[in-house]
Structures are given as C-alpha cells and as structure tokens.
Design a protein. Structure first.
Length: 110
C-alpha cells in the first residue's frame, strides 16, 4: 500500500539547477577534460630511451607487473649462459635475444 503522497513525490520532476550549480558542473567538466587531454598527450609523447648497441633488453613479468631487464657489456654473455638453463617466458625471451645477437650459451664463458 503506498504511503500518502508517495506517488506525487515520485512523479515530481527534479528541480532545475541554479546558475551557480551549472557553473560548478561546467567547471568540473572542464577540469576533467583538460586532465584527460593532458594524460593522453603525456602518454603519446613519452617513450623509453633507445637500447644501446652493447645491451640486451627484455621485458618480463615480476610480482609487481612488467619490468624491463637490461644487461650491458660483458655481463651479456654471463646472463645468456644463466638464462639458458631456465624455461620461463622471460628466460625464453632472453634466449631468443641472445641467439639474435650470436651469443650462444656455450660461447658465453666468463
């Protein structure tokens, strides 16, 4: 059984916003759009620096998400030899990169 006046309250349209409320709403909307545009602009203009020629860089997983592993110089051969023993996705990516650079596990002696 409806309570007295319930139907009237439900059928009454919302009141119109005042000029002050409309200005506040537009202000929030402008701030939101400027923030979104800035976020998109920063995302498209930022890039990681190029990988030096004597380095191996592989993106792999970690407990906190993705991580970029970068090993340079003489440590590349040691890293390739160590990763040759593993079969996880990061190690497979390292093995592929080592093979592309001609660093096989047998030739990677310290």
């Amino acid at each position: 059984m409806p309570v007295e006046g319930q139907w009237d309250r439900q059928q009454t349209p919302l009141r119109r916003l005042s000029r002050r409320e409309l200005r506040l709403l537009w202000g929030f909307l402008v701030v939101l759009l400027v923030g979104a545009a800035a976020t998109v602009a920063i995302a498209f203009t930022q890039s990681s620096p190029p990988v030096p020629p004597d380095c191996i860089q592989v993106t792999g997983g970690s407990s906190m998400g993705a991580v970029n592993y970068r090993v340079c110089g003489a440590d590349r051969a040691v890293w390739c030899r160590q990763m040759a023993r593993h079969t996880d996705p990061t190690a497979l990516a390292v093995q592929k990169r080592c093979a592309a650079l001609g660093l096989s596990p047998r030739s990677a002696h310290p």
